[in-house]
Structure formats: C-alpha cells, structure tokens
Design a protein around this ligand. Structure first.
Ligand code: ZN
Length: 72
C-alpha cells in the first residue's frame, strides 16, 4: 500500500528540477488537491519538502509548489 505522501514525494522527485503547482501535481498523481496538500503538510513537517512560489511548468501559472529539500 503506497500512501498519498509517498505518491506525492515520488512525483515531486520525478519532476525535479521542474515543479508543478498543487493542482497539476494532484492531477499527476490522481489524488484530490486537498489530499495532496494534506500529504504535503506531513512531508513539510519532516523537513523533506518545502513550499515555494514558482512558475508551474505544466500550466505556466505562478503558484505555491512543493519542492524537495528543506526550505530556506
Ligand atoms: Zn500547474
């Protein structure tokens, strides 16, 4: 059983160095936007990932994206 957090983490690492906004990321992993954000919270608390304001490479919008690694 793969958890939502694992799915999201895998997708983010797979996309790197490109980033996707939460909407595009949720579409990629096939989960609800809310589920992805909840999973992200867990990963952020663990300092495995952080949220940054970037341009999504899929839809081109500047939005909050999940990035691997500890935040600044
Ligand atoms: Zn997007």
């Amino acid at each position: 059983m793969v958890t939502a957090a694992e799915q999201v983490a895998r997708a983010v690492l797979q996309n790197s160095p490109f980033v996707r906004c939460f909407e595009c990321l949720s579409r990629q992993v096939g989960l609800l936007d809310r589920a992805v954000r909840e999973a992200a919270q867990v990963m952020i608390v663990r300092d495995d990932f952080h949220v940054a304001r970037r341009v999504c490479y899929t839809c081109g919008r500047t939005d909050d994206v999940l990035v691997s690694g500890k935040g600044p």
